[in-house]
Design a protein around this ligand. Sequence first.
Ligand code: KIV
Ligand code: ZN
Length: 511
Amino acid sequence: MNTKKDKLVIFDTTLRDGEQSPGASMTKDEKIRIAKMLERMRVDVIEAGFAIASQGDFDAVQAVAEAVKDSRVCSLARAVGPDIIRAGEALKKANASRIHTFIATSPIHMKYKLQMEPEKVLEQAVAAVKHARQFTDDVEFSLEDGSRSEPDFMYRIIEAVIAAGAGTINIPDTVGYGEPGEYGAMFRRVIENVPNSDQAIFSTHCHNDLGLAVANSLSAVMNGVRQVECTINGLGERAGNASLEEIVMAVQTRHDLYPVETRIDPSHIVPTSRMVSSITGFPVQPNKAIVGANAFAHESGIHQDGVLKHRETYEIMRAEDVGWGNNRLVLGKHSGRAAVKARYEELGHSFDDPAEFQLVFQRFKDLADKKHEIFDEDLQSIMAGAQEPVERYRLGSIDVHSRSGNRPRAQMQILIDGAEVNAEADGSGPVDATFKAIESVVKSAADLKLYSVNAVTQGTDSQGSVTVRLERDGRLVNGVGADTDILVASAQAYLDALNLLASGESKRKGV
Ligand code: KIV
Ligand code: ZN
């Protein structure tokens, strides 16, 4: 029996499509940290951004291209000259680069969005691929809204772009409309009907509007696809993309079914999921497959009994294989610098700047004074807080009085550009009073779009991790804060969001 498996290329687009989740924008430094984790995890291709979208996006693609050595780094580009030139420039220093160029091919997109005839679209696609090949020998072409495109037109355009030098052909389910049987069959027919299909790798890129992104991607794999585009935690435009951890673990766990294997080291999955969550402020739902807090927790007595007798009765994967097990080393107030640094290194953070480690270590000590045991999740949240953009607003102190029957009142000291300012307000609850006190002096005119609190670890001494999403002039930012006192964490998160709104570098969204 031939057991040789094909390679499945894992193309991560957390830093590009993931960043297109409303409010999930990331700074250049944050993108580098995530990219380094993806590299450790042995992701094949990292889509680092959309170089033409802004100077910030260009800088981030360039910085990731310089920082990453073991994964191919990719930039998105529309099928137009200026986009391709910008992508090529940003990727100049990459060890291995890819330009990912795309144009819409569905009747509805060509008619209403592009207002172009199909023949013109085909011509532009071929020209874009040839142009991109002048910068790199690795060019991917995507047929945007491919799952709603006419088969005969797709065959023609795919044959033409392969002949022009595209090595990867991606047929995205851009609007999340596909259904597994139908989407998989589409790939089978494309591969059969395109005469030169053997000269390219076919790829999926599925959105999760109907909750089918992972199922659609896996069905495509069963039908000849050998690259999956996906994101950590399923982050992405609207309902998100196919989640990397689910694709990788499905293929690995059901190796009896799938004719492919990846080169991913799954032990980095949970730390990477946590890093992405703490940077973006998008909490992971507890029942999320693989990376949710409950993914390996057994509540029912019958299940617990079964697992204790023989683990495989109820567990199809081992928690430690995806990074849960050894992830629990506990630090405390007696832990020294070396132990803390070593643990951070295992979690994928290295400190080139001694001042940065000093700040992180100080925050670790402050937290260890309040909380008995420090877990990896705590270390991640300390790290997120220590990497804030230029701090225009900082919390000095906070005093909130809350008594049943009375309106809560918050009194605070806020440092604005280093100057101490007193603020106070009452509100319908203690958090409301805190935010109103801040607004009474900052007067940001921003709208609060989301407020969420999650326990970082278990137990009542857990830090509360707070996300505050603010919007002003069409810009969305997510501020994060963590502390054992959730009012302190709330104030920090609100001020973090204000700092993001104020910062020049700003975490902004692509086009
Ligand atoms: O969803 C989509 O079609 C995309 C393309 C740019 C690949 O993100
Ligand atoms: Zn997409």
